[in-house]
Design a binder for this molecule. Structure first.
Ligand code: 1GP
Length: 250
């Protein structure tokens, strides 16, 4: 597959990117196949595979392989540890959790994973991972010091540090399943201070918020929890704006 990051940046010119996040702990390969085969998944630009507590590499492999067999979209690993890598994916978000209090999540795992990623032939997308608000399981597992929503100046400083350190992507995380997603004001401020592409995740459940994120300049949104709940997902699909289905699929 062509360079995944460049392909996504090119697609961003037309619309905010949508990432479907599949947690191998919650998706069987069969369920992943069913989801990937749905025509409504045309809304999404790429799949992310990962979860904060996943440890079974063979499960990650089988989900990635299923997705590769059933879709043309890029499949990108969103790892919580080295055991989440898979040679069958196209790329990996090579994350550094900038506001972790443990070097394990900032650089220690990364130096161990780098040679493996090279051997697997995965494209490594250098990503500054910043956790805010509730932080959810990712915040707990990653020893994060989540940034309060009322301290946007701290996020700005982290975003700027990410730019100066040469990261290719910033991922602002509110935590999977949180009730209050990241405030729009924060997105606006981050986009004002840096041009590093910005993706946002945690508690995103409706089109209105996605549209507002897009208007604030977010480059991508990550949707996980919603895909796991059939009723909620059906409801989401039924409310999709018409122009979404007109976007050329891969
Ligand atoms: C979690 O940001 C992602 O890492 C997605 O969050 O599961 O709440 O969509 P949700």
């Amino acid at each position: 597959m062509a360079n995944v990051l460049n392909t996504l940046i090119e697609r961003r010119k037309n619309k905010v990117l949508m990432f479907a996040l599949l947690d191998p702990d919650k998706f069987s390969p069969d369920k992943a196949k069913q989801l990937a085969s749905r025509k409504e998944m045309g809304f999404f630009d790429a799949f992310l595979v990962g979860g904060s507590t996943t440890i079974w590499q063979d499960r990650v492999d089988s989900i990635v392989r299923t997705l590769k067999e059933n879709t043309d979209k890029p499949v990108i690993i969103f790892p919580s540890s080295i055991s989440n890598l898979s040679p069958y994916a196209d790329a990996v978000l090579f994350l550094s959790l900038l506001n972790s209090s443990s070097t394990f999540y900032v650089i220690d795992q990364q130096f161990q994973a780098a040679p493996i990623i090279r051997k697997m032939g995965l494209e490594a997308i250098s990503t500054a991972y910043i956790i805010m608000g509730d932080g959810g399981t990712a915040g707990y597992v990653g020893h994060a010091r989540p940034i309060p929503y009322d301290k946007p100046e701290l996020v700005e400083a982290y975003a700027l540090a990410a730019e100066y350190l040469g990261f290719k992507l910033i991922y602002l995380e509110g935590g999977s399943g949180v009730r209050t997603p990241i405030r729009l004001e924060i997105i606006k401020r981050v986009k004002k201070i840096t041009h590093v592409p910005l993706i946002v995740g945690g508690g995103i459940r409706d089109w209105k918020y996605i549209k507002s994120l897009e208007e604030c300049g977010a480059d991508g949104v990550v949707i996980g929890n919603l895909l796991e709940n059939e009723n909620e997902f059906e409801n989401f699909i039924s409310q999709s704006p018409r122009e979404r289905s007109e976007i050329k699929p891969f």
